[in-house]
Design a protein. Sequence first.
Length: 472
Amino acid sequence: MPDRDDLADPPGGTPPGGTSADGSGMSGYDLIGEDAVAAVDPPLPEPVRQRVVVLAANALGALSADELPVPLRRVANFAPHRRARLGGPLIALHLDSDPLFRQRVGARAQESAGALGAAIAEGTVPAAADPVEVAALAYLCRPAGWADLVTSATEAVRVDAENTAVADRIQTAEQRAARAEHERAVARVEADKLRDELARLREEAAALREEVRTLGRGLRESQAKEKRATELLAVEKGRAQRAAADNEAELRRLRIRLADAEDLASGARHAAKEARAVDEARLWLLLETIGQAAVGLKRELAIEPATLLPGDHVASTHAERPGGAATAGARALDADDPARLDQLLALPKVHLIVDGYNVTKNGYGELSLEQQRSRLITGIGGIAAQTGAEVTVVFDGAEKLVAAPTPPRGVRVLFSRKGETADELIRRLVRAEPAGRPVVVISTDREVAEGVRRHGAYPLSSDTLLRRLARA
């Protein structure tokens, strides 16, 4: 089914600005819409114009293609309800400009109207006929006096419109009146509610006033009680102040007595302290004398570890061995003999302190410092595991350390702090040990050996430890 856009260029029609097929000189593009309506003479009321278009649209289907103007041929192909809506302006234009087309449409409309169409064609109009229908048929059929029929129909339409408007105004007024009546009834109900609410509020106000009066009486009674309590409090405060003054005087007397007692106790403590100081001085002098005597005796004797036992001496001088040959005396140990180190490490709770770089530079100085440390610590770990002795290896920490190996169990690795040498750290370790504990120091440095010997340690050379490690 063609739509409204198909009207833009009807096949075989007239292009914009051309002449229509019926020779009227008008194109479907010249007058459309309001301009087309305004061209009709006499002017039709809007209801009449719409009815004319509807009647013409219905009649298009009954006309052949030759009876239709070229622009309306495509409109005739529309559905009846779409002809008036989409082609209405074009239909009105051709009805006004094409008398032959209007006559054909009027004949079809008169036939469709039946008795009313015949009456209008004769010039008589039934009294009960619709003025809009009468005016539309008169416009299409054009009987004698059709303009008067259109005018009277227009007047009737106007009167009907005015009556409808008046009826609408009356209905609106009635609706407003009903609404006003309803609102007045609602207002009356609201007024009744407000009066009830006002009565209730008045009752509540009366109850509140009574409650206020009761509270006022209670407040006055409370104020009177507070006044009496204040007076009693003032009396009690006076009594308390007098009692406090008496207590303060008694406290001052007790403080004086306490000060006297403290003076006596202080004198007694001072006398006891002086007596105890004398006793402690005597005891300290006695212990110092004994300690210095033991130190002096140890320094004078300077006994080295025994290499020949008393039994060996008796066996070599006063006895013979089975077999006739005399038994040789006990073998003397060299200063760097590892057996001597084993004897010292066999002592209970012995502490072995090693001057690290002093040993490594004598034993394997061709290695880097890191390799020297690693080799020494690994070897000493075996000695610590065999003997169970406490082992401490001390290195100079003056140079920047590249890496420090993880010490084995039982071996303590120390580096001297900045501004201190390994020798000073070794002396500090020896001085920290209690008197009587065996301490062995491995170092070839003479100053280190002499220093630790003065503090009761056993100095051994680095070769002793190196030979012991080589044997292991």
